[in-house]
Ligand binder design. Structure first.
Ligand code: XBP
Ligand code: MG
Length: 254
């Protein structure tokens, strides 16, 4: 059995970039205003809504858990995909302004991994257009070709925490889970990646700092940079201060 490290699989929201509070949330609210729903998701409420992944699923969760499905627009079920399409339009427009940068260490690690011939993939719940827009406006259009597979959105039956999206990416890449590492930021994310059997490294953010990451190989505040060391919250950092391919190979062989 060859269990050498062959590929890195990345979540997008919260992992490649801090997209939720100042990106998706803002875009949902812009869509709600456009359609005159009278709804507004503030920063705290949005944290609770993140319990459910997927934008359409999150709108339905809001209606049931926070509005008791009362006083909804008459055509609510039909409105959900329309609202979500408007939200995607607002979100991709926001990304095109360069408002959301990549998190520390992401660009450096992706480039180093390419030099080291590690294969790359994306495994995310978000809509494919959102991934394309983020990559294009941070790393440039050519970066779309860096990834063997961009697994996103509704292409699988069940979103995270189900393992479907990681299972799909592995099968497209014809790789076994033990040949890969996954990068995630949330409890739902690690349930999905570990559900597919992929050892997982976590970088937390303000919404996920208190989540249960007991299954993680390593939990960090960020991937770090040579001049911006990470803080390790769980696991062995092997005297590293930023995540590079050498550290990933050590963690993978652990
Ligand atoms: C990301 C999500 C997504 C985005 C919204 O989860 O939950 O739903 O918030 O995206 P993960 P869409 O990082 O675990 O993949 O509105 O395009 O669904
Ligand atoms: Mg995430």
């Amino acid at each position: 059995m060859n269990n050498g490290l062959k590929a890195l699989l990345f979540d997008v929201d919260g992992t490649l970039a801090d997209t939720e509070r100042d990106g998706h949330r803002v875009a949902f609210n812009a869509a709600f205003d456009e359609y005159g729903t009278g709804w507004h998701w503030d920063v705290d409420l949005y944290g609770k809504l993140l319990a459910v992944t997927g934008g359409k699923e999150r709108i339905r969760f809001y209606a049931s858990a926070f509005l008791n499905n009362e006083n909804l627009p008459a055509n609510f079920e039909q409105l959900v995909p329309e609202l979500h399409a408007a939200k995607t339009r607002h979100y991709t427009q926001l990304l095109s302004t360069g408002a959301i940068p990549l998190r520390p260490g992401i660009e450096r690690l992706l480039k180093e991994a390419r030099k080291e011939n590690l294969r790359l993939a994306i495994a995310t719940t978000t809509t494919p257009d959102n991934v394309t827009a983020l990559l294009k406006h941070t790393l440039g259009s050519a970066s779309l070709g860096w990834f063997d597979v961009i697994a996103a959105g509704d292409i699988v039956p069940a979103k995270k925490p189900a393992s479907d999206i990681y299972d799909y990416a592995l099968s497209e890449m014809k790789l076994a889970p033990y040949e890969c590492l996954a990068f995630e930021d949330s409890h739902n994310g690690i349930l999905s990646s570990m559900g597919a059997g992929i050892p997982t490294i976590i970088t937390v953010n303000d919404y996920t700092r208190e989540h249960d990451f007991s299954q993680a190989l390593l939990v960090l505040d960020t991937l770090g940079e040579p001049d911006q060391p990470f803080t390790a919250m769980q696991g062995k950092a092997h005297n590293h201060t930023y995540v590079d391919c050498a550290l990933l190979k050590m963690l993978h062989g652990q």
